[in-house]
Ligand binder design. Structure first.
Ligand code: HEM
Length: 254
């Protein structure tokens, strides 16, 4: 028996504060007997969803900061969101240790579930600015658009918010890059672009993981649209105007 004092009833402890009894009871492999790799598969997905929750929370803060025209706070939020994106990308590496023959042994237990049904992922994409017809087709693929995604779609895109912040300070996009010294708005534009890149890196890492585990993309567990869509998503842009302006310095139309 441990000599550690028992917490008094109602006292907040590490375990109760973090609701660890509940949290650690939520990993429920379905294979019987349990496949040794199924826990890893569940944990990486669940951890990613927790980080998506936190990213959505930070995106709310970012949108508030933009709406109040607070460039410093927007930059602070962007720095954090970029750190979080690096974490979710890095987690995918753990699943690169899942050999195809092992996944094949428990894949049927996933039923029709597929990452393409991740409501939080779609809400992040929608909040960030995806509105293209192919995206709208994908968000409504599984029936009605979920309220979290609808809420994100009802707000301005990050690019619109950034451009209206610039307008409020009578700054145009091109002049961000031509002033005598970099301004906070310039660093904010760069942080937005870094977010776009981090997101693209997640997509690229994920496509590579999928091909490593399943072979060349033919179809996922969740239907046909998702797998074909995956490879095309890497070209989608949250901030086309921020990319276009960079070409102007070389005399190219943007
Ligand atoms: C063994 C690892 C994995 C495999 C084999 C895999 C497979 C797939 C496949 C085939 C798709 C296309 C949709 C479909 O037809 O099902 C997909 C989409 C997706 N997966 Fe994964 N995935 C893996 C890991 C993960 C992880 C760890 C996450 C983190 C949450 C994730 C999130 C997603 C998301 C968000 C989509 C939709 C992406 C988009 O539409 O742009 N996947 N996955």
């Amino acid at each position: 028996m441990s000599d550690a004092p028992r917490p008094a009833d109602g006292e907040v402890t590490y375990g109760s504060y973090l609701a660890l009894d509940q949290l650690l009871a939520l990993q429920r492999p379905r294979s019987k007997p349990e496949h040794a790799d199924e826990l890893l598969f569940i944990v990486v997905h669940q951890a990613s969803e927790l980080w998506f929750k936190e990213i959505l929370h930070e995106l709310d803060g970012l949108i508030d900061a933009f709406e109040r025209h607070e460039a410093e706070f927007a930059l602070f939020r962007m720095g954090r969101i970029n750190a979080l994106m690096r974490i979710v990308s890095a987690q995918l590496s753990a699943l690169e240790t899942l050999p195809p023959q092992h996944f094949a042994e428990f894949r049927r237990h996933l039923g029709t579930s597929s990452g393409s049904q991740s409501v939080q992922f779609r809400a992040i994409e929608a909040a960030s600015g995806l509105r293209e017809p192919q995206f709208m087709e994908v968000v409504s693929e599984h029936g009605e658009i979920p309220p979290l995604v609808q809420r994100a779609l009802s707000r301005p895109t990050l690019q619109e918010l950034f451009l209206s912040l610039l307008a409020s300070q009578q700054v145009d996009l091109e002049s961000l890059f031509t002033g005598p010294r970099p301004t906070i708005l310039f660093f904010l534009a760069e942080a937005l672009l870094e977010y776009e890149q981090q997101f693209g890196l997640w997509r690229f890492h994920h496509v590579q993981l999928v091909e490593r585990v399943l072979g060349p993309l033919t179809g996922g567990t969740g239907g046909t649209l998702g797998a074909k869509y995956l490879a095309r998503t890497i070209d989608q842009k949250f901030f086309p105007a921020l990319w276009a302006v960079r070409a102007k310095f070389y005399g190219k139309p943007g």
